[in-house]
Design a protein around this ligand. Structure first.
Ligand code: TEU
Ligand code: CA
Length: 581
């Protein structure tokens, strides 16, 4: 009897150990990081494809265009928010995290999208907006009823000052004070964005539990990851003193961005949710430095896979972000190269020129004059896609879609642009003439005009009236035309993506900047084992001189936007090519 029992115990132990080993190995395998090799395509659902003629893009619309995305060769779709929302900020104000926005369809449509995408080998990454909810979310509706109830502490409530004014001088991202007095509760609540986006109180463990439960619920559905909206802002300091004046209001960022417990909360999220699935995670972390990124997305910090940094798109002038100044190329190269260098071996970069909050890449960094649009769009794509990191393509970028020709402030749909015009112009701080070129250059609406599918009425985006006008250049710039033209920006992206799949040096190679002082050329090398890559991009609208480095003589040209790359020691306007040795 005794022997049998011992034998039984020994056997169970061996089995348990084998099982542990198996799980360990499995999770090691999962760490193979498919997201490092992947290319992500961002969809702004409202403007992507309308299936039912109400003028608003929707989930069935996305389903109908999956083959187009498959053809492009991308691996992952990140969708801007599709949850129930009153749309004060186009879905970034969520009133129910477990329901689909009625205008976009139903949960059945979502499940169908997920299945269809998976069948085609495409992954779906959801936008996770949990710094704030909508003021119409049930939690907030309960919370504003009073301190006593179980949601009382879900948001950041404060009493006003003696004289009844706001607790401090902080300004909100979309204008006005960051505090709103709530009559019902008799207190102020904090909203770093619009007043319909109250900030959640992450210091309350019940809030974190709710968020993690909701995330687990989506993961069990089978989604493939999260892009986390302003995730660097979830932890606020206990003290909330006045901030340094920036225009009319004080700056909240020292107290709300990369706050005291942000890493603790992300590690908890990783333990409670992320580590249990094979996901891709990317945090939106405005103001992040490379050393902070190594904490958010370090190889072994157990938080996120990567973050979005914004240094290369942040140009601040007299009127804050509203200016038409182009960043000098030397500065742009310094920023991107520093990120390449400082994350190497420690964390992972995400690479992007634009997204739904930024102007169109070709208009900002290239040249959207019809003469140079295609060439410069291809050049920008080369420059970005050959770097180390995961590239993100924003819908329409693969067609070289451009900024919108706004006529007047009545053209704005975006809450940020509308409020900015109010705050700077109508208030008389700056004249319309001076402000207009600034706001139109960087307005988020530039990115949000409907996707241009063909040259039919409304660019084939809708059979009805689009919620936002189509860019009038859709007759020349559209997907149908691009698919017919072997020289199109679309096929150039397709080729860049397939190169990334074929040459590990593009994904993993070490980065080295050449010609750092040139204001015209962006040239760098990548190296892995005995393979070397030379990437040459001209940002100039005229011919420039370029000596091919000797060690690349006789190399193979992988891709170029002119037929004879680097001919006669010269580069043509916006010329780009890649040489493999
Ligand atoms: O953006 C946050 C952010 O910090 C900025 O990019 C901001 O939108 C603006 O451009 C500042 O000038 C995220 C989302 O991407 C954005 O669409 C939302 O409006 C915002 O959060 C609030 O959820
Ligand atoms: Ca629709």
């Amino acid at each position: 009897m005794e022997i049998e029992r011992e034998l039984y115990q020994a056997l169970t132990e061996i089995l348990m150990r084998a099982k542990d080993k198996f799980i360990e190995r499995k999770s090691e395998e999962m760490k193979t990081s498919w997201w490092k090799e992947a290319v992500v395509y961002q969809i702004y659902p409202r403007s992507f494809m309308d299936s039912n003629g109400d003028g608003i893009g929707d989930l069935q619309g996305i389903i109908s265009r999956l083959d187009y995305l498959k053809k492009l060769g991308i691996d992952v779709i990140w969708m801007s928010p599709v949850y129930q929302s009153p749309n004060d900020d186009n879905g970034y104000d969520i009133s129910d995290y477990r329901a689909i926005m009625e205008e976009f369809g139903t949960m059945e449509d979502f499940d169908e999208l997920l299945d269809r995408a998976h069948e085609k080998g495409l992954k779906i990454v959801m936008d996770l907006v949990v710094n704030h909810t909508s003021d119409e979310h049930r939690w907030f509706v309960e919370s504003r009823k009073g301190k006593g109830n179980s949601y009382g502490d879900y948001y950041i409530w404060r009493d006003g000052k003696e004289d009844g004014s706001a607790p401090n001088n902080w300004g909100a991202c979309f204008g006005g004070s960051a505090w709103k007095f709530d009559e019902e509760r008799g207190q102020y609540y904090l909203h770093l964005f619009s007043e319909k986006q109250p900030d959640l109180n992450w210091d309350n463990p019940a809030v974190r539990r709710e968020v993690f439960d909701m995330m687990n619920w989506w993961c069990r559905k089978g989604i493939d990851g999260f892009r986390m909206d302003v995730i660097s802002m979830i932890s606020k300091t206990k003290d909330m003193p006045d901030g340094k004046l920036k225009g009319l209001y004080g700056d909240y960022s020292p107290y709300c961005v990369h706050g005291p417990k942000v890493h603790e909360y992300l590690q908890e999220m990783n333990r409670e949710v992320l580590s249990k699935y094979d996901l891709m995670t990317v945090g939106e972390t405005a103001g992040v430095t490379p050393s902070q990124a190594c904490l958010y997305a370090g190889n072994d910090t157990h938080e996120l896979n990567m973050v979005f940094q914004f240094e290369h798109v942040d140009v601040h002038g007299k009127y804050g972000k509203w200016n038409s100044v182009r960043m000098p190329l030397t500065k742009l190269k310094e920023i991107l190269s520093r990120w390449q260098r400082e994350l190497a071996g420690k964390a992972w970069n995400s690479l992007f020129w634009d997204n739904h909050d930024q102007p169109r890449a070709v208009s900002r960094f290239g040249n959207d004059d019809p003469k140079w649009r295609v060439l410069s769009a291809k050049m920008l794509a080369t420059c970005l896609h050959m770097m180390q990191g995961t590239p993100y393509i924003y819908q329409g970028e693969e067609l070289g879609m451009t900024n919108y020709p706004f006529h007047g402030p009545e053209d704005f749909h975006d809450i940020e642009s509308i409020h900015a015009y109010e705050e700077w112009c109508r208030s008389g701080i700056v004249s319309h003439e001076e402000f207009w070129p600034c706001i139109t250059k960087v307005s988020r609406d530039n990115a949000r005009t409907p996707m241009q599918w063909d040259d039919s009425e409304q660019a084939g985006f809708t059979k009805g009236t689009p919620w936002m006008p189509v860019n009038p250049n859709y007759r020349e710039i559209n997907a149908q035309a691009a698919l017919k033209d072997p020289d199109s920006v679309f096929y150039y992206y397709q080729k860049l993506i397939s190169l990334r799949k074929r040459y590990p040096v593009i994904v993993h190679g070490e980065y080295k900047l050449l010609l750092a002082d040139s204001e015209e050329l962006f040239v760098y090398e990548r190296a892995l084992g005995n393979k070397k890559l030379l990437v040459v991009c001209s940002f100039a609208d005229k011919e420039t001189r370029f000596e091919m480095p000797e060690d690349f003589a006789g190399g193979e040209c992988l891709i170029s936007n002119y037929p004879e790359p680097g001919k006669d020691g010269k580069l043509q306007p916006y010329e780009a090519f890649v040489i493999l040795m």
